[in-house]
Design a binder for this molecule. Structure first.
Ligand code: G
Ligand code: MN
Length: 273
């Protein structure tokens, strides 16, 4: 057993304890609407609160979780926690009723199918309107089993849960499965978006992807918007939404709630960034 295997195993064991003890959190990254800069929704992301207080993102535990088959537990946790949170915000703050919630799911979830059922049940129990819950799939997950992914997308959409294609363009064979997969939203990978100011080819690819997505009746979120310049460029390219550190990093539930309340009480409504 290599060092990496050992530390992955130790981390995976800690991960079980962390999930049981509440050391896992869902954080919420705002997504802005391009036309007016309003808060349109959040992407829920997993974070692990370490004993020293540091908040770990998936890059720190994804490999251990994948190797030791913990991804489904993490996806289920973030899904449940974030849907419950959105349901509470919808009750407490009228402006939250227009927000959508986008949650990442793993390839393992698609193979098993039980998380699809769970997402449908959760959306129904939380009385979310159709489209308010969106599940994000990456190309990598879809490539593992495109037929299972297509079946999952169809089941979700039939039940009023939207589907987003995440990190789009970062892998390969993207266009092939755009033809096969019924989805609502295209999230353009930040590697293209961030490169727009210095790479005219990246800008042309983003423009073409937005045109294609709209032609396929999908809306578009540009990821990784970190500067005003990029925000203006993707708005001019007709991206429907944008997400990135320019607007806000992923926020704790309390931070996201404070943002919702600040925006709701502003007169006139202030926009993000
Ligand atoms: O693969 P996915 O798009 O789900 O990844 C989301 C991750 O991207 C989150 O962990 C989040 O912290 C990170 N992220 C969000 N906005 C930005 C940004 O503007 N720049 C960079 N480099 N990372 C971002
Ligand atoms: Mn995502």
């Amino acid at each position: 057993m290599s060092r990496t295997d050992l530390s992955d195993a130790a981390l995976a064991a800690e991960l079980d304890a962390a999930l049981a003890s509440g050391a896992f959190e869902a954080v919420f990254q705002p997504i802005a609407r391009m036309t007016d800069g309003a808060l349109a929704g959040f992407e829920a992301l997993a974070r692990w609160r370490r004993p020293d207080g540091e908040l770990w993102g998936p890059d720190r535990f994804l490999r251990a979780a994948t190797v030791h088959d913990k991804l489904r537990t993490i996806s289920r946790f973030v899904l449940t926690r974030s849907v419950e949170q959105l349901a509470r915000w919808r009750v407490s703050t009228p402006s939250a009723q227009a927000l959508f919630l986008s949650v990442n799911i793993s390839g393992a979830d698609l193979e098993q199918g039980d998380l699809v059922t769970e997402a449908l049940l959760l959306a129904e129990a939380a009385r979310l309107p159709a489209g308010a819950l969106k599940l994000e799939l990456t190309e990598h997950q879809i490539l593992k089993d495109p037929d299972a992914a297509a079946r999952a997308c169809t089941r979700l959409r039939d039940g009023g849960v939207a589907v987003a294609l995440d990190d789009f363009g970062a892998g390969f064979a993207s266009l092939a499965w755009l033809a096969r997969l019924p989805a609502d939203t295209l999230k353009i990978d930040r590697s293209f978006v961030a490169a727009i100011p210095r790479n005219v080819r990246a800008e042309k690819i983003v423009r073409a992807l937005i045109l294609l997505a709209h032609d396929l009746e999908m809306d578009v979120i540009c990821e990784g918007v970190e500067t005003h310049e990029v925000r203006e460029r993707v708005r001019d390219l007709n991206s429907d939404y944008a997400q990135g550190h320019l607007f806000a990093p992923p926020l704790t539930a309390a931070g996201a709630e404070a943002l919702i309340l600040t925006l709701a009480s502003a007169d006139p409504l202030v926009s993000l960034a």
